[in-house]
Structure formats: structure tokens, C-alpha cells
Design a protein around this ligand. Sequence first.
Ligand code: 3HC
Ligand code: NAI
Length: 678
Amino acid sequence: MSVITTEKHQNILVIISNNPPVNALGAAVRQGLVDGIEEALSDDEIEAVVVRCDGRTFFAGADITEFGKPMQGPNLGEAIDRLEASDKPVVAAIHGTALGGGCEVALACHYRVAVPSAKMGLPEVKLGLIPGAAGTQRLPRVVGAEAALPMVVIGNPISAKKAHAIGLVDQIVGEGSLAEDAIAFAREQIGKEPPRSSEGTANEDGIKNPAIFDEFRRKNGRKIRGFDAPEAGIQAVKAAGELSYADGVKKEGELFMKLMTGTQSAAMRHYFFAERAANKIDGIDPKIDLIPIKKVGILGAGTMGGGIGMNFLSAGIPVTIVELKEEALERGVGVIRKNYENTAKRGRMTEEQVEGAMSILTPSLSYDDLADCDLVIEAVFENMDVKKEVFAKLDGIVKQGAILASNTSYLNIDEIAAVTKRPEYVLGLHFFSPANIMKLLEIVRGEKTADNVLMTAMKLSKRIGKVAAVSGVCPGFIGNRMLSPRQEQANIMIMEGANYWDVDDVLLDFGFPMGPFQMSDLAGVDIGWHRDPERIETLRDALCAAGRWGQKVGKGFYDYNEARQRTPADEVKQIIAEFAAKAGKEQREISKDEIRERLLYPMVNEGAKILEEGMAQRASDIDVVWINGYGWPLYTGGPMFWADTVGLDNVVAGLKKHGLPVAKLLEEKAAAGGKFNG
Ligand code: 3HC
Ligand code: NAI
């Protein structure tokens, strides 16, 4: 069956797309749209047109799988120009998500009606692109440059209500009656001169007040640092005010093509599919029966337990949180409330939502209250004996058929599972701090973890807004295991003469939010310190003995001013020099290139070992972990994709040059001219 069909409703022609799953605008759809509008124009009985989609959504964008391949049939810009050029009114009937090219289709239609639950947006920037079918030129002409900027440059979709408020949607129609309401709306427009977005004048705000562009850059500086597409988006929207429509479209085309052929967009498109692939487990039927999760138990209300609990509360899933002592329980629950109230203060939650979330939280000092939970997540101290004791106890109390999970960062899940009589119901759910915010959920699959238990966890992660990736059981799993060699090299290099601030700056320049020594200062240099100032065996002992406990006391590796800006500290340089001298380490200048190679190549090497051992299903899962859990810059595609772009032969040569080990898989792939991804 054709992906585009038409239906005549007396004098209205309805063009319907049915291209599951998301009505992506592939070649056949584009051709169908052109044919549909031609049918309408050549039929004298037809006086107006409606464009709508069957299935779960209006067009969700260009077909990303076609990118990088030769264009088949009409391009999207040409196809939708035909819609706009029609002298019979054309109405877009929107449900689901009108994204990217889908939003551009809607913009090219003369009118837009949407159901209340619909969303509209231009998320191309998240693929390292800008809209390429005149979206950057039509949108500002309809809603103004100021309202267009966040949509083009940040790329988050807006609700139908907001779209209506800014003039992007003409009418909100009934949730269950889109098809009929759109026809009725179209009928009302017959005989009127169709308004064309390309002729709109709202873009003049950017001419009257050109400061909005720099202001936008300033306000969003942190968010867009390092990315190419946002700046291109700003320039395109600015051009919509400065240039004629035709020249603006040309400018958009040039900016779009430059991005499309660049490495950032390739990396970000890789990531788009990586995130979705990570949800799929080889050999498990995605339709397997899942365990219903209606109530969650959390053990431990410390740093992690509270944040983990918030994920479920926010998703409307009741949580029982258990602590050892009243004081710890009260503190943990207090932190949850405070976090929610801060969110409400920033306008991102209502007071009712705060109370709603808190009302489904049950604090308790008794394990017995966990008996009827469908899933219990343990977040107690990181100690194997403690974990074993806790799991044995939970196993005796929590109902059969419920899942028992550990948030351990490093410990062996199989060993923990072995103390229970239900090892197939045990797995790792490794959240990242702050657990209510960080996107990543590393799901650790034990040797005996049952397929439906694993899939239940995967599905649940989506429900609570996390990005999941599966790891096998190995120390530190995927993420922390790869962090170790980077940390090790950082520590070795500062003993060989590298400046510790250069080490941080190299990672910052690469696109990480911070380097290892900044991170240490933020977390607290004194974490895990033995607290005896007389016992100085490591650099950390020396820093702690000197009271350099990190940002919280105003000094750690760096000295901090009131604004928390860092400057390298003479005292620390001195301490490092003394340690290096004592260890007899020869000092030399270490270039930033060497620092980068020695920090990042060993991570790629560890990633290769993880793949070799089958601890990750695919290289792209490793990319998902590092982008979402550790701030690896998205625009490089993650460590394994980045290594592909550097060239695996270069990575191997770099490792050898620095006397570092090379994993077998890496060596083989490099020798064969292969890649980790594709
Ligand atoms: N092209 C090709 N495939 C797409 C696609 C697209 N634009 N959008 C989604 N898909 C695929 C996904 O890969 C996935 O495939 P799979 O089942 O084989 O893994 C399937 O559709 C379902 O997608 P999700 O799992 O993401 O489904 P959700 O319901 O969670 O989300 C969505 C739906 C919000 C539409 C989400 O898929 C999405 O955000 N899609 C991308 C939207 C986008 O970026 N559009 C802009 C494209 S670029 C463009 O339009 C350029 C233009 O300006 C010229
Ligand atoms: P924490 O020390 O802040 O909290 C642990 C809490 O567990 C304490 O409040 C303690 O009173 C409670 N507790 C201890 N034994 C208990 C028991 N038997 N029953 C009930 N409560 C008990 O520790 P944090 O940082 O929250 O870590 C918890 C787990 O999460 C550890 O396994 C850790 O490795 C892991 N983790 C920690 C991350 C972090 O950044 N802090 C990141 C990811 C995982």
C-alpha cells in the first residue's frame, strides 16, 4: 500500500500519510505529498486541502536513515514549496510530534490546527544540523526571531498550547476529533487569500532589536559550548530578518550542507541510533512478558538512595524508602523535599506536583515494609559484606517474583545474587550522581539474571526518563572501568612533570565539563581519606593533611575565590614536586597533545577489552554510557565513535608510542582498517 493516500470529503481533499513508525519524510512520502497537492489543484471540485498522518504521530522529521545517501525524488524543500504555492488553502492537522521536517511541512501549509497533546519543534540541532527545508526562514516570519531562536538553536519541542500562544498554531482542536475538525476548519478558509509563512513579517523583531542574538548566545553559552550547529542556527534566524526569503533559504542551505558533511553531525546521528540500539538486547524477544512495577523499595536514603527514589516518585510510582536510623531517614527525606521545592521555585514544578510526589513516598525504618514491593533497589554502603547481608535479608522478606537490584559502582553482582534464592531476579541498576538528574542508567546483567527481569529494567528506565545501557559483570562495569585508566594516566603524568591544570584543560578543551582534578575538588579530596594527618603516603594524604579538602573549604588542587573560580596553587605544585622527587621521577615538559592521547587512548583500549570480553554488546553502547554518565562530548559521538574518526591505526600507534598496552581487538581492527562502529 502506498504511504500516501488521499480521501475526498466533498470539496476537501485530505492527504494522509501512513509511514510507520513515525511518518518520517522519506522519498515515497515526499513524492506522495507532491502528487497529493497536484491532485487537489487539478480537481475543480476541491476547494481546500488537509494534510494529516495516521498512526502515532504527524511527520517526525526527515528520514534520518537517508542522510548521507544520494537524494531520491523531490527534496523536502521542493515538495513543501508546492504546498505553500497552492492557491487552495492547505491545513496541517497535527497530532503527536511535528518535528524537524514535519514542523517544516506544517509551516509550509497555510494553516495549522493541533490537538492539545501535540508537540512541535525543530530538533535538528540535536543531530548537529539546522532545519534544511526553510524552517529557519519560515518560522521567524511566523513567530518572530526571538521565539524562533530557542526552537532552532536549542531544539526542545513546545506544546500545542505554547505553539498557539506564539502564533505557530492557528487553532487547538478536539483531542479525539482531529480529522473532522481539520476538515471543518479548512472549509472555513475557502475563498480567503491563503497566508504564506514565507511572506510573514514577524521576523522584523530581529531587525528592530538585533541585540537579541548576542543576548541569546550569552544566555545559552554553557549549553552550546563546542557545538557547531547552534551558531549556524543563530546565523540562519538572523538572516531571516536581514535577507529576502529566497536569499535566506539559500543561506540556510549553505549552513545546512556544511553541517551535514561535517564530523559533528555524523557523530550526533550516530548517537541518535546508538541510544535506540542500546535498548535492544540481542537474543531477547522485545515482546517478552514484563514484570509489572507498581511499587518500588529503596534501601538507604543517602546521596544515591534519595535521588534514585525521586525518579520513581516523579513518574508517579510509589516508593518506600528504608534506613537504619531515624536521623538518616529524616535527613534523606528532607533532601528529597528540598530538591523538589527548589525545582518548584525555578518554575519547573507546581506546588501540587511537589506534594503529589511526596504523598506517594513512605519513609520507614523496617525492612518488612518492603515486602510487597515489585522492585527493591539497594543503595547502602559500598562494601561486599554489607551488601551480602542486606541481600540475604531482603530475599527473606520481599515477595517472590520481585526484582532485587543493587546500585553498586564496582562490586560483583553475581556474588551478591548468590546469597539469595532468586539470583535470576537480581541485577545491577547503576545510577549516576545526582541520580535524579543524570540521564544514564547502567543496567548490570548478572550471569543468572532472567531475560524478562532485564527487559523489565530496560522498559522501566524509559518510564523514568533514563537512557539505559547494559553491561556485563566486571569491576566498574563499562563506565567506571574505562574511567580508571584515564585517572591512572592523569596521576602518572603529573608526577612526570605535566601541569595538573593542563590535564584538566585538555579535557575541558576536548569538551568535557571538567577534568579529573577539578572533579576531585568538587567531590571532596577527603572522600575515603583515612583522616590521620600524620600518615602521608599518597598525594591525596598530603593534600588532605594540608587542609586542602576541595571546593567546600575553598582549596583543593586549586585555590578558589568567592565565585568558585580556580587558580593553580603554589602549595600543590610544591607538594607534587616533592612526591615526584621522592619517587625519583624524572621531570619533563609534557605537551597537551601527549596529555590528550595518554588520557583518551587508554580509555578506547579499555573499551576494546570490554567488547572483547563481551561485557558490552556493541561499541555504540559504550558511547551511550560515556556521553550520558560522564560528560563525554556528544559532538564527538562517544569514545568508540571518536576513535573511529581519529583512525584506529592512529590510536594504536599513539598507545605504542607512549608505551601503553594495546588490546587484541583494537590491534586487529586497526590492522584490518576496521572500525568499532560500522
Ligand atoms: N528518521 C528515521 N527513523 C526515525 C526517525 C527519523 N526522523 N525518528 C525516529 N525514527 C525511528 C527510530 O530510530 C526508531 O527505530 P527503531 O524502532 O528501529 O529503533 C523508531 O523510529 C521509533 O523511534 P523512538 O524509539 O525514538 O520512538 P519514540 O516514540 O520514543 O519517539 C520521536 C518518537 C519523538 C518522534 C523520536 O523518534 C524522535 O525524536 N525522532 C527524531 C526527530 C528528529 O530529530 N527530527 C528531525 C530530523 S532532521 C530533519 O528533519 C531535517 C530537515 O530539516 C530537512
Ligand atoms: P551514602 O553513604 O551517602 O548512603 C548510604 C546510606 O545507606 C546511608 O544513609 C546509610 O545510613 C544507609 N545504610 C547503610 N546500611 C544500611 C542498611 N543495612 N539498611 C538501610 N540503610 C543502610 O552512600 P551513597 O553515595 O549513596 O552510595 C550508596 C551506593 O551507591 C554505594 O554502593 C555506592 O557505590 C553507589 N554509588 C554511589 C555513587 C556516588 O556518586 N555517591 C554513584 C553511583 C553509585
